[in-house]
Design a protein around this ligand. Structure first.
Ligand code: AMP
Length: 192
């Protein structure tokens, strides 16, 4: 089973993706984590994109698409994957469909975790990673820019997935376990 998790920064995509990894045996593919790893390793790509990540701006499509394409071919994605943080624009959504069509892979569910902006600002300002550190791009001024980019570039993807009936929505204001339950209900329906 292959899933796309959509939603603004702070909606809880990463938390739910990690749970789906353990409970469904799927692989989380977080473009944000992959890009941060490139920056940490100071790779050629990492050096090119560091400034964009620091400012919360989107990394060029060609870098992201190539990264996703080689990632989903890895053996650990054979049972299925969860895309977390990708696609983030309509051009990425279209490129993903083209790529998957060539590979004869389909997406079973596109799940939007909906959370109002005021709640996101509050959540992100309190967010601390598993290692106890805070993300550099969780600073208030960068968060504002990331939320604006979500509104202007990522939200327009929704009609793309809505028109072919693939888009499902869950209320991200629920508790983590209730969000998980809502996602499970959607996935169970996809399996039947
Ligand atoms: P995230 O961890 O998903 O919030 O992503 C952190 C940052 O990585 C974003 O603010 C962007 O700079 C970059 N990024 C992550 N995913 C993408 C994507 N699909 N397209 C372009 N840039 C991305």
């Amino acid at each position: 089973m292959n899933i796309i998790l959509l939603g603004p920064p702070g909606a809880g995509k990463g938390t739910q993706a990690k749970r789906l990894e353990t409970e469904y045996g799927l692989k989380q593919i977080s473009t944000g984590d992959m890009l941060r790893a490139e920056v940490a390793a100071a790779s050629e790509t990492g050096q090119k994109i560091k400034g964009l990540l620091d400012e919360g701006k989107l990394v060029p499509d060609e870098i992201i698409i190539a990264m996703i394409e080689s990632r989903i071919e890895q053996p650990d994605c054979a049972k299925g994957f969860i895309l977390d943080g990708f696609p983030r624009s309509t051009s990425q959504a279209v490129a993903l469909d083209d790529m998957l069509q060539k590979k004869k892979i389909s997406i079973d569910a596109v799940i939007l975790i909906k959370v109002p902006t005021e709640e996101l600002v509050q959540r992100i300002s309190q967010r601390v990673g598993d290692d106890g550190t805070r993300r550099a791009d969780d600073k208030p001024e960068v968060v504002r820019s990331r939320l604006e980019i979500y509104e202007s570039q990522t939200k327009p993807i929704l009609p793309y997935y809505e028109k072919d009936g693939r888009l499902k929505q869950v209320d991200g204001l629920q508790t983590i376990s209730d969000v998980a339950h809502s996602i499970d209900t959607i996935l169970n329906a996809c399996n039947n």
